[in-house]
Ligand binder design. Sequence first.
Ligand code: TYD
Length: 205
Amino acid sequence: MKGKFITLEGIEGSGKSTSLEDIANVLDKNSINYILTKEPGSGSLGNDLRSLLLNNDNKISGEVELLLMMADRKNHLDSLVIPNLNNGNWVISDRYLDSTYAYQGGGREMDFALIDGLSNSLNFPAPDLTILFDLPVEIALERAKQRANLDRFEKEPIHFHDRIRNTYRFRAGEDSKRIKIVDSSVGFQEVKDQVVNIISQFLNE
Ligand code: TYD
């Protein structure tokens, strides 16, 4: 694979999606070809899976939720991510595999070994760089609530989100070379500065 694979991660309301534009600007300045994408929900199958997963009316077990996320990921990788990386394009994905460890492993308390097993058997590639947008759950949920409708995940109680944040932070501690933490409790401009620094440093490696 010739392109670089960068993923953005964080709890609800962590501000990662708004940083996509800042990353795109740095890549533009460096004349790098890239695509911006997200999980769950790429392409028409992904869109359908996303609706199933986020719809509040659906009662979905932890196992089924995990398998649907993995199905969405496999489809995303095969149809979009891998072909682009092979063509030399960079791929910037809003959420990827760390979300599954954090949400299904941490949040839903599913067995981490099951996630390892599925992701190894399906040959999911590791990202080259992951930016984790981190802030206290209370602040993040306040921000998320400003948006109109809360989805199936956003409606979960605070301990669910605490477990997600803790899992993310634990993973970042275990793999600090790949996962860089941005403190997103600070102001808009400061978050942007941190993101631009991380991407610039990555470009210089
Ligand atoms: P989305 O509206 O894209 O949320 P956000 O803007 O916070 O990224 O919804 C995606 C939801 O799916 C989000 O709550 C996290 C969840 N999710 C998982 O539980 N596991 C996963 O593997 C992925 C990719 C997402």
